[in-house]
Design a protein around this ligand. Structure first.
Ligand SMILES: CC(C)(COP(=O)(O)OP(=O)(O)OC[C@H]1O[C@@H](n2cnc3c(N)ncnc32)[C@H](O)[C@@H]1OP(=O)(O)O)[C@@H](O)C(=O)NCCC(=O)NCCS
Length: 148
């Protein structure tokens, strides 16, 4: 996760446990999601995945899907192409009255190598951080069920 979120993460624990609140997705971006020239995928697609991770975090914390209120920072750091495999991670970094601050990171772990063959692909030796973001979700008080 981004360096500047590590400190606050340690203060967010599941009820009765020592685990930070984290969730993740691992997926392949299908070629049908390529939106721009050269098979480039729209950045908004990655934000959709961050939204799915945020929703899981809110379900785990509040027993409700909640709503995304605002992003305060989004950085698109490397291009994402159809056929890439991504790991998407998110964690709650701060819990307010109804607000839940979160940090997200998407990493590319496998990429196609179409110059070698249409079916060629390689596992990256070091995953590439392609997008990172921080934002705030809201679970209205009357919907917070704290199942755990
Ligand atoms: C999310 C929503 C329910 C919040 O409504 P609200 O209760 O009137 O929100 P408020 O502006 O009073 O703020 C609620 C909390 O968010 C915080 N907040 C508000 N704007 C914020 C911002 N720009 N950045 C960070 N936190 C913010 C407030 O400080 C407050 O925190 P607290 O309860 O912990 O003190 C409402 O704005 C909404 O329905 N938005 C649309 C959501 C949506 O469709 N998202 C996309 C799909 S998920």
């Amino acid at each position: 996760m981004p360096k500047n979120t590590k400190k606050s993460t340690t203060s967010v624990k599941k009820k009765g446990g020592a685990q930070p609140l984290r969730a993740s997705l691992r997926l392949r971006i299908p070629n049908s999601e390529a939106h721009y020239g050269g098979n480039l995928v729209s950045g908004s697609k990655i934000l959709e995945y961050f939204g799915d991770v945020a929703t899981e975090l809110l379900i785990r914390l509040d027993g409700d899907e909640g709503l995304f209120r605002a992003y305060d920072n989004i950085e698109f750091l490397a291009p994402v192409y159809g056929g890439d495999y991504l790991e998407i991670e998110g964690e709650i970094t701060e819990i307010g009255n109804t607000s839940r601050k979160m940090a997200f990171e998407a990493k590319k772990v496998i990429e196609p190598e179409p110059n070698i063959a249409p079916s060629a692909a390689r596992v990256l030796k070091s995953p590439i951080v392609v997008v990172k973001a921080t934002g705030t979700c809201v679970t209205p008080k009357n919907l917070q069920r704290n199942p755990e």
